[in-house]
Design a protein around this ligand. Sequence first.
Ligand code: NAD
Length: 512
Amino acid sequence: MTHPIHEVLQRIDVADHPAAVAIGNTWQVGSGETLTAISPIDGSTLVRLPQATHSDVHLAVETSKNAFVHWRQVPAPRRGEFVRLLGEALRKHKADLAAIVSWEAGKITQEALGEVQEMIDICDFAVGLSRQLYGKTIASERPGHRLMEQWQPLGPVGVISAFNFPVAVWSWNTMLAFVCGDTIVWKPSEKTPLCAIACQQIVNQVAHDFPETPDGISSLLIGGAEVGKALAAHPDLPLISATGSVPMGRAVAETVARRLGRSLLELGGNNAMIVTESADLEMTVRSALFSAVGTCGQRCTSLRRLIVHESIAEKLLTALKKAYQKLPIGNPLDEGTLVGPLVDQRALDAMQQALRTAEEQGGTVHFGNPILADIPAGGSYVHPAIVEMPDQTEIVQQETFAPILYVMRYQHLEEAIEMHNAVPQGLSSAIMTNDIRQAEQFLSPAGSDCGIANVNVGPSGAEIGGAFGGEKETGGGRESGSDAWKIYMRRATNTINYSTELPLAQGIKFDL
Ligand code: NAD
């Protein structure tokens, strides 16, 4: 019997036997080891395909380099028009792409649709940006001179992405890179190859009908860490954008730094919410729940630490436990499900190990057990956990990529902020409070040290209009909105002398 995903793939015109390598418009069967993609929903096999090899990496980069030479000359607003058409194609295929995301990453349908909507939103953002790649004109200190800066296309960009946002992360990078005049070589997560094949196919279709797009504007290399390593090491990719775990980011950063390339790193988070004594408890429960159990705790911005004022801790815990008790957990494709599966058995084992360690470190675990009944057989389903901790022990300082919410208590806000910042990661953060002084303290230089800091909004669910990313071990990169586009371009400072004099720097005069 054919898998239901094949019908979806055919609507995007992906052939019956998808290939792991696309060098521009040309699909090629990889010649590396066979990769098998398994659905987190029920353990079914979605696809088997031979992976890309090192020689595919070289060919893709070479093709991307050649395409860049043409694409950089296309006026930016025309590049924006291409991205506008990509946005239209994504709108057309929204439901199909979302279905592939659900099958491969295990997201509930609403979250998968939301992820595709983020792709569409970044297209809209990038279209506007294509007419706003502004440089500055700077007052020159020399008479008859003009000083200015221009933002120029950078080159072919390597994108390495994680399984949990299998299409949005690619889109955040690619749409900005395209309007900036760059070309893309993408290595997606080996857990989500069909999402990537579908996206590449959509680009190919739109590019086919757009006169200015060179073949090779976008290439795809499906494979594991080895393919990612080869991409990071390639001297012809001036920028590597890598999204994933901290160990992966550290490896990529070292490789790219050795060749003095540029890296944009979007790595793990250990996001917290401080709940002060004046917080609206109903709002707190809703936003904590959404942030902690959404995508089964597998978002980089998932809420992992709740730091609660001792005066309201019992009340909040009681309300949260009540909400956790009745979470609709199960098949992510079923209407009404709010918590789908973990990505695989390894993730489930890591969660159970973290819960045991938390207990050893003095924690009290509520829920967190694997679910075996009323779920599709073959998937790794768990009840999200709440763990009351006596303090922020070693296990709390790690990112376990699963739905574990550690709860700690505090007496004074300074102490809460100190605890908040005392972890190696620095992605997203929140304070729930009705006290403006406390809110401002949290946002001040002495407050949250994260790339994202929210007031009365949980840490999860960023808008594409803002720059997205975090500090410390999260890697320091920024993607998506605001001025994140600048990393995809090179800044050229230009001086133009329109006088008949040549005043030399430092007053130097040559006697000629
Ligand atoms: P992962 O690190 O296992 O894999 C991510 C990607 O890196 C994959 O494509 C993988 O093949 C590749 N890779 C692995 N080792 C590599 C190496 N040495 N060199 C080059 N490439 C390599 O991560 P994952 O399990 O897919 O995703 C979960 C992690 O990603 C979590 O830590 C999560 O917080 C993080 N994440 C961060 C963001 C963000 O924006 N900050 C977004 C999504 C996910």
